[in-house]
Design a protein around this ligand. Structure first.
Ligand SMILES: [Zn+2]
Length: 78
């Protein structure tokens, strides 16, 4: 059930309701075209303490980025 992406996860956050640092669990809230919106819920009272977006793929800033043409061309050496 637990999905791990190897990315950062907060293990504890301060909960204003519990008035203390509480362990949190991460819940998938929304799936967006650009990534997924996760929510951190207090395990004590269930309050939403934080949100974060997880990029589906780390894409380069430039949309036109493509690999440079390969310089490997057959050459005849005499
Ligand atoms: Zn709480």
């Amino acid at each position: 059930m637990t999905q791990q992406f190897g990315a950062f996860t907060a293990s504890e956050l301060f909960c204003p309701k519990c008035k203390r640092s509480q362990p949190v669990r991460e819940k998938l809230l929304l799936v967006l075209p650009s990534g997924e919106l996760h929510e951190f819920l207090c395990t004590g009272c269930g309050s939403s303490l934080a949100k974060r977006t997880v990029s589906r793929s780390a894409r380069p800033a430039s949309p036109a980025a493509r690999p440079p043409p390969s310089p490997r061309q057959p050459r005849l050496l005499r």
